[in-house]
Design a protein around this ligand. Structure first.
Ligand code: IPE
Ligand code: IPE
Ligand code: MG
Length: 245
């Protein structure tokens, strides 16, 4: 019997995930709890990004992917979208030097070119300035949607069939994976969502196939190094089987 192609799913270190992704949720509810406008929560969310990306580096996590803006977040009021763009602009300006100094390789996934030109250029510049670094990877998902990412891969494969002589029979899971925006990140080990919501909201659907999922009640602005350490400890208690025994 010929076996179906199997995606490369390495067992890795059972104690420590190589690649952690976080759906950073709950900024608005955190603000509400503090009787403040939503922007207050998003600002506190940026602080959490700083804390948690530092903590991830200290814990030796190779790659951290953070969901900052989904392709569905355009549905929010215009002012909130503008506020989020403003915070992104501010974050890049204020934190790029640290990322460079800390040898972090910044990556962006998602269609960030749909943001205003100045933000998109800042993103390009930041990615370029950390491209020569050799340390941990920090991937920020900006205007990211997993279904669009998979559709883009399918479109590119269709184009190769039409123009480059690719045979449809050659299209397998690794061929799709090689066209995903996460292609140069390690396999996803742990996917965390904060704020008690238990859904993926169009984030890393393909990549999560064998990731461990962890839903925590902590609102994102309250997430800190200790919460991350607890998440990693929980990961260490999971038994991953990848379909085997
Ligand atoms: C996450 O917090 C940040 C983004 C989605 C940009 P929310 O803004 O979704 O906060 P809640 O879910 O309303 O509490
Ligand atoms: C997911 O959070 C997107 C990000 C964290 C950037 P949302 O708050 O947008 O998700 P839903 O609407 O609750 O599914
Ligand atoms: Mg939310």
């Amino acid at each position: 019997m010929s076996s179906a192609p199997i995606l490369e799913t390495t067992a890795g270190d059972p104690e420590r995930p190589r690649h952690v992704a976080i759906i950073m949720d709950g900024n608005g509810r955190w603000a509400k709890r503090h009787h403040q406008p939503r922007l207050f929560g998003h600002k506190a969310g940026v602080e959490a990004v700083r804390r948690v990306s530092r903590a991830a580096r200290e814990l030796g996590i190779e790659a951290l992917t953070l969901y900052a803006f989904s392709s569905e977040n355009w549905r929010r009021p215009e002012q909130e979208v503008r506020d989020l763009m403003g915070l992104l602009r501010h974050f890049i300006r204020s934190d790029l030097a640290e990322l460079v100094r800390e040898n972090v390789r910044l990556r962006v996934i998602g269609d960030y070119r749909r943001f205003s030109a100045d933000v998109a250029d800042l993103v390009d510049d930041a990615v370029a300035r950390t491209a020569g670094n050799t340390g941990s990877l920090l991937a920020i998902a900006l205007n990211y949607g997993s279904r669009a990412e998979i559709a883009n891969a399918a479109r590119e494969l269709a184009r190769r069939v039409r123009d480059d002589g690719l045979q449809p029979e050659q299209i397998d899971a690794p061929a799709i994976e090689a066209l995903l925006e996460t292609r140069d990140l390690p396999p996803l080990d742990l996917l965390i969502r904060t704020s008690g919501e238990q859904r993926l909201s169009n984030f890393l659907l393909w990549q999560a196939a064998y990731a461990e999922l962890l839903f925590v009640d902590t609102l994102w602005p309250d997430f800190d190094a200790a919460t991350l350490r607890e998440a990693i400890a929980a990961f260490g208690r999971r038994q991953r089987r990848f379909g085997g025994l």
